[in-house]
Design a protein. Structure first.
Length: 350
């Protein structure tokens, strides 16, 4: 399939591009590089050994998006495009609603106009809000604790209604805590500014780019007092997108939902200890007060993905830490600045 990867230069998008090529598909990357760098394109071409088609474009621009679809005529879309920092979304909710929803509207209109009938949407476990464990895809009351999460709740609802009205095949992937990096060490998570999530913060401290790690709360009702999350390797996650894309057409229902995770929780202290094993030294850390809105424990119920997709995670917490440290130590400043050596495609929007 020719697959338009919206936000394909970002963290999860770039790893999915690698897995699409490995599986024999043809990705077309579209990204405005607001939270990524063009030089990731060169790394992707290096890893895949192939020239990639890519566009420097804002997918919130409906005329430009439609022109790209008309030129490329993709068979399917994987939709990663959007702002994604929870804390920032609380401070700038209008930007998040405007960008994330307009991007979704634009992609949906272009799909309908061009006859593209398959889409996989990058959703999140944040749509479960503070629902009780276990979290299953049949949870009837979606909610969130942040504007970012509400853009995912709204995105799922919008795309579900559109899919049912226009006979599209839609896969909603609710994933938990993606971490890690490609085993090559050439691509990985590259947050701009101070990291909001645990693993990139741990890696920055290990690389000497951050003075100490703040652990928010050691008095939760968990086995060691720290918060517990379901971490999954970004490569496992990328493979899930490819499998979902390939199998969507085989289901009777036009809309399918899958949780993606290991089904097991790892505490903050456990992850930090595993990272210290990977890098070979102890990290400077300090316990800080809990953050408002953080849950004590959250993990996936990934049974349906195994039953319907034949997908389950293969890589361990140790793999996640080892691969993250390889990426961070080889690229202490992330991706280099500048334009990609590869030339972007162009299109004229009417």
């Amino acid at each position: 399939m020719k697959v338009l990867v919206a936000g394909g230069a970002g963290y999860i998008g770039s790893h999915t591009v690698v897995e699409l090529v490995k599986a024999g598909h043809e990705p077309v990357i579209v990204d405005n590089f607001s939270n990524s760098k063009e030089t990731v394109i060169d790394r992707l071409e290096e890893i895949t050994g192939t020239h990639l088609t890519w566009y420097r474009a804002d997918l919130a621009d409906q005329s430009l998006t439609r022109a790209i679809f008309e030129k490329e005529t993709p068979d399917a879309v994987i939709h990663f495009a959007g702002y994604k920092a929870v804390g920032e979304s609380v401070e700038q909710p209008l930007d998040y609603y405007e960008n994330n929803l307009n991007t979704t509207f634009s992609i949906a209109r272009a799909m309908i106009a061009s006859g593209c009938d398959t889409i996989v949407f990058s959703s999140s476990a944040t749509v479960y809000g503070d629902a009780e464990l276990p979290l299953t895809e049949s949870e009837p009351h979606l909610d969130s604790l942040s504007p970012y999460g509400y853009t995912k709740v709204a995105g799922e609802r919008i795309l579900t209604d559109i899919a049912q009205a226009h006979d599209l095949k839609l896969g909603l992937l609710r994933y938990f805590n993606p971490v890690g990096a490609d085993a090559s060490g050439r691509i990985g998570e590259n947050p701009l500014g101070r990291p909001n999530n645990l693993m990139p913060a741990v890696a920055k401290v290990a690389a000497g780019r951050q003075d100490k790690l703040l652990i928010f709360g050691d008095d939760y009702p968990t086995r060691d007092g720290s918060a517990i999350r379901d971490y999954l390797h970004v490569t496992d996650l990328a493979k899930a997108h490819v499998v979902a894309l390939e199998k969507l057409g085989g289901f009777d229902s036009s809309v399918k939902i899958w949780n993606l995770g290991t089904g097991k929780g790892t505490s903050v202290f456990e992850l930090v200890a595993a990272f210290e094993q990977a890098c070979g030294f102890e990290l400077a850390k300090e316990v800080a007060p809990r953050r408002a809105g953080d849950r004590a424990e959250i993990y996936a119920t990934p049974t349906l993905a195994l039953e319907e997709l034949g997908w389950q995670t293969e890589l361990t917490i140790e793999d996640m830490c080892t691969d993250t440290w390889r990426w961070q130590s080889n690229n202490p400043d992330g991706y280099p600045d500048g334009e990609a050596q590869s030339t972007p495609s162009s299109v004229n929007a009417s």
